[in-house]
Design a protein around this ligand. Structure first.
Ligand code: ATP
Length: 919
């Protein structure tokens, strides 16, 4: 039944009222709302979202492209030309400026689009009780009256009144500016309390830094406190990158130099070469435009955006654009084990108790299959059943059968324990009702166990059930369940052997213990757990992901070290690392050992070890720092709220999309949609490809600009006839910028991307090889231009035809050079190389069409003073272009033979490493 949504929802004294009152006022219950109720309330109160910031209007964004010294300089020149009656020059310059702005505008729009598509991929979800079930729901669908379940690391999704809290601390700095987390409790506070003092409330946008909470939503969307101040959270940040900034700075400096040089050339042309000043002005203006790579930042942004899209298609969602660049330079990946390198599909395989060993049949989460005693007979079975009972009670997961398969809601290991209980013949519902849970100490990676307190319905007192890392549970135990199920003295040596034996098989081991209490205690907190009776251990299998094994091999051949940093036991971690072939010799260091290592000695240890077991989040931070001190570019995965510092410290923090807390995601540069290590490897691959493409864009743009400029400068310096007129220079620049330059942004990765060592983070973008190329190609281009110009005149063509041939020569050379640049690392002469990508083919088709129009259309001839070029001359131009490509290929081959430049060295495929483990 749909109850009418309460009219009183917009009140502001929720903090001062008892929680039951609040529930009543909201017509809600602690069991949550029904789906129909939610739909009705959604219609009344609207979605739980804040309006996006008003976008900058399109015309303003368009006009921004005119705010550039070069463009202003051009516009001034156009006005001068117009005033002096040079209408064609003025019109061409105006066209160039406008087209430039349009191209910039469109390119920026595309880049923005690609990035904003990511925002929707990262839309957060929240856990809520709906129809009496725990569900993961989209944050926008929350309504007043919804019951939220929150834990450490969650971002509070709406304003809510606490119903229940355990050790709850909330970081409210986004709202109050107070950076120390505030303790929260269910008790109502004074009505006049200020925002920071309303400890019974949780506010949207704040971060749960510790503990657990159940709370009822009281305000959503714009009615929340954060809605009032209009802040917007959780967006994809930073639309720029260090590289982009560097290029923009370079562009600015370059423009300034170009304008000064143009002015000097202008003076020289007028004073020494007798140019009419307006002619000289037009030439130098065109030159400045030709030489300044004004479209470079936009093309590079597009290249980055394409990279972001390709990464997203491979489940790596970039939150901060610089990560795209940094990924390509990664030298070490530090990864979690469970769920990232392994499948996180747990199956309980065996139970070891003092009475013997029991094996469980069956896979997956189906609670079917038999338990059989490997040693110890019926006594072992009875003891294993007791362990399974603890696992059932000390458990937050749910199992459901849907479509014939069993699925879990919650932690996979807890799901596996429910399946184990089923196999032991235990009925979860009846055991749960005989021992209702009164309280709990939730699992935390810092103390590595979970404890629950239960009432005894049949009998006196209470029952404590504990499960956790076996060493930890052993440390809390004073006795153990003996052969005859009675209690006897604990035998730690026996258990240590049993734990190591299961671990060595790659099993994840969990210890179980209980304690009977005579009375229900008043308090049940972390320090109250102790004096337990150790019941036994359970070994779970969680095999490595097949794709992770391949990805690890891929990383290793790419010169990237993979390190496992896990909370799991050393023996288990070592066995899994061996299966993954993390290193030729797997060296394991435990968190305890790390504690004893001085900061000065850590870098060597961190470099040589490939597994860090039983670590805490603080260890992770130390390991990242140590690796960075050795010049490594470190990618690090994490999921918990405590991982945030190390994720921030890492060069690329990577959070898990499923398992990760909101806090971890926000601290990260990248989020893995599938929590899979293979996606990190894919992202590195794409990152390397993007960086290659950026270099290709630059390697193509700079010398083509340089070639044009050099030809004109030389003509002026030596008093020769200009090989191109100013409108023609502008034409070349315009046609090529919108076509060929952009095509390189779409280049697929070259072969052997992951067979090269990582690039150095501090390596110059323009490498010595590229510098050499810029000089060589500029010279070749000028030689081509002058050559064809001289040849045309020698064949008796007038200067206009000769100039038309030069313009065509330039475009043909640019096309062939594009093919050459597409393969910086290998030869361009391959079937694949010559076939090109669709982007390249479209771009070439566009250039060819434009050139045909330029050469043969009468009105174009009128504007640009061009003349039709005869067929034979046309063929010679194309052959000359091919000859230039041939020269560049021979040069690449020669340089490779001479081994002069590192980047031309062939990639070496390393053979797959063999496993081997030492601890
Ligand atoms: P990784 O760090 O690679 O994800 P992990 O899952 O083992 O590995 P943690 O989540 O820090 O790392 O867990 C550390 C240890 O705590 C586990 O090895 C296990 O022994 C214990 N543990 C994990 N989850 C639970 C749980 N829900 N209840 C009790 N103990 C747990």
């Amino acid at each position: 039944m749909v109850t009418a949504p309460p009219a009183t929802v917009a009140r502001s004294d929720w903090h001062a009222r008892p929680s039951d009152d609040v529930l009543q006022a909201l017509s809600a219950s602690a069991a949550g709302l029904s789906d129909t109720e939610v739909a009705a309330r959604l219609a009344t109160y609207g979605r739980n979202e804040l309006p996006p910031p008003r976008p900058v209007p399109a015309w303003r964004r368009f006009l921004r492209h005119f705010n550039d010294p070069l463009i202003l300089f051009l516009l001034a020149a156009a006005i001068v030309a117009l005033a002096l009656g040079h209408r064609v020059d003025a019109a061409v310059i105006a066209a160039v400026v406008t087209i430039n702005a349009i191209v910039g505008f469109v390119q920026e729009g595309r880049a923005e689009q690609a990035l904003s598509a990511l925002r929707s991929m990262l839309s957060p979800s929240a856990r809520a009780l709906r129809d009496g079930e725990r569900r993961l729901v989209a944050v926008e669908t929350l309504v007043p009256g919804d019951v939220l379940l929150l834990e450490a690391g969650d971002r509070v999704p709406a304003d809510a009144r606490l119903l229940r809290g355990r050790g709850l601390r909330v970081d409210e700095s986004v709202l109050t500016g107070e950076s120390v987390p505030v303790e929260k409790s269910v008790d109502a506070v004074a009505e006049g309390a200020d925002l920071g003092g309303r400890t019974s409330m949780l506010y949207s946008g704040t971060l749960v830094s510790a503990g657990q909470a159940t709370a009822v939503v009281v305000a959503t969307g714009t009615h929340t406190q954060i809605g009032h101040i209009g802040a917007l959270l959780g967006q994809v940040e930073m639309l720029t990158t260090p590289l982009l900034q560097q290029i923009k700075r370079f562009g600015k400096a370059f423009t300034a130099i170009a304008i000064v040089a143009a002015a000097a050339l202008f003076v020289f042309a007028v004073a020494a070469r007798g140019y009419v000043w307006l002619d000289a002005l037009m030439v130098v203006v065109a030159l400045a435009v030709g030489v300044v790579p004004e479209s470079l930042p936009a093309v590079i942004t597009i290249t980055l955006a394409i990279g972001v899209r390709r990464m997203a298609a491979r489940n790596a969602i970039v939150r901060r654009l610089p990560a795209v660049e940094t990924l390509g330079a990664t030298t070490v990946i530090c990864s979690d084990k469970t769920g990232t390198l392994t499948r996180n599909e747990m199956t309980a395989r065996g139970v070891v108790t003092a009475a013997g060993e029991v094996e469980a049949e069956g896979g997956g989460y189906a609670p079917v299959g038999a338990l059989s005693a490997r040693a110890g007979g019926d006594a072992a079975l009875a003891a294993a059943e007791r362990v399974a009972r603890i696992g059932l009670l000390c458990n937050d997961a749910r199992l459901h059968a849907s479509d014939g398969s069993w699925r879990i809601d919650g932690d996979p290991m807890e799901g596996a324990l429910l399946a184990l209980a089923g196999k032991a013949g235990l009925d979860g519902a009846s055991i749960g009702s005989m021992h209702p849970r009164l309280d709990e100490v939730p699992f935390d990676a810092a103390h590595r166990f979970m404890a629950t307190l239960h009432a005894e319905i049949e009998g006196e007192g209470a029952l404590v059930c504990v499960k956790g890392a076996p060493e930890q549970v052993l440390a809390l135990s004073a006795w153990q369940a003996g052969h005859g199920m009675g209690e006897e003295a604990l035998d730690p040596a026996f258990w240590r052997r049993a734990i190591d034996a299961s671990g060595a098989e790659g099993q994840r081991v969990l210890g179980f213990a209980w304690r009977k209490l005579e009375r229900v205690p008043e308090r049940f907190e972390l320090p109250d757990v102790g004096g337990l009776v150790f019941a036994g251990i359970v070994g779970f299998i969680d095999p490595p992901r097949d794709e992770a094994i391949r990805a690890v091999a891929d990383c290793r051949s790419a010169g990237i070290a993979v390190k496992m940093i896990t909370g799991d036991h050393a023996a288990t971690a070592a066995a899994i690392a061996g299966q993954l072939r993390l290193a030729d010799e797997v060296r394991v260091v435990t968190g305890q050992e790390l504690e004893g290592v001085a900061d000065a000695d850590l870098p060597t240890l961190a470099e040589s070890a490939s597994v860090f077991a039983r670590t805490t989040p603080e260890h992770k931070l130390r390991i990242v720092r140590a690796l960075q001190s050795r010049g490594h570019t470190v990618a690090m995965t994490g999921d918990g709220v405590n991982d945030a510092p190390s994720l921030k410290q890492a060069d690329i923090g990577i959070a898990m999309g499923h398992k990760g807390t909101e806090a971890a995601k926000e601290a990260s540069e990248m989020v893995l949609a599938d929590d899979n290590f293979a996606s990190i490897d894919a992202a590195v691959y794409e990152g390397r490809a993007v960086y290659d493409n950026i270099r290709k864009v630059i390697a193509w743009t700079l010398p083509t600009n340089g070639g044009e400029a050099l030809a004109v400068v030389l003509a002026i310096l030596f008093g020769l006839v200009l090989p191109m007129t100013p409108p023609q220079i502008l034409w070349i620049n315009m046609v090529l910028t919108v076509t060929l330059g952009l095509a390189l942004a779409f280049e697929p990765p070259e072969q052997g991307v992951m067979a090269r060592p990582p690039r150095r983070r501090d390596a110059a973008l323009v490498s010595p090889f590229m510098l050499w190329r810029i000089v060589l190609v500029s010279l070749l281009f000028s030689a081509g231009a002058f050559g064809i110009f001289a040849w045309a005149q020698a064949r008796g063509h007038d200067v206009e035809t000769a100039r038309t041939m030069v313009v065509n020569m330039f475009c043909v050379m640019e096309i062939f050079y594009l093919f050459s640049v597409r393969y910086l690392h290998g030869t361009s002469f391959s079937l694949q190389g010559l076939r090109g990508t669709p982007a390249v083919l479209w771009a070439i088709a566009a250039v060819v069409l434009a050139q045909l129009a330029f050469t043969y259309l009468p009105w174009m001839q009128a504007i640009f003073d061009s003349r039709p070029v005869p067929l034979f001359e046309g063929i010679v131009i194309v052959l000359a272009g091919m000859a230039m490509m041939l020269v560049l290929e021979v040069e690449k081959w020669l340089l490779r033979k001479m081994g002069l430049f590192d980047e031309l060295k062939p990639a070496t495929e390393k053979s797959a490493p063999s496993p081997g483990v030492t601890i």
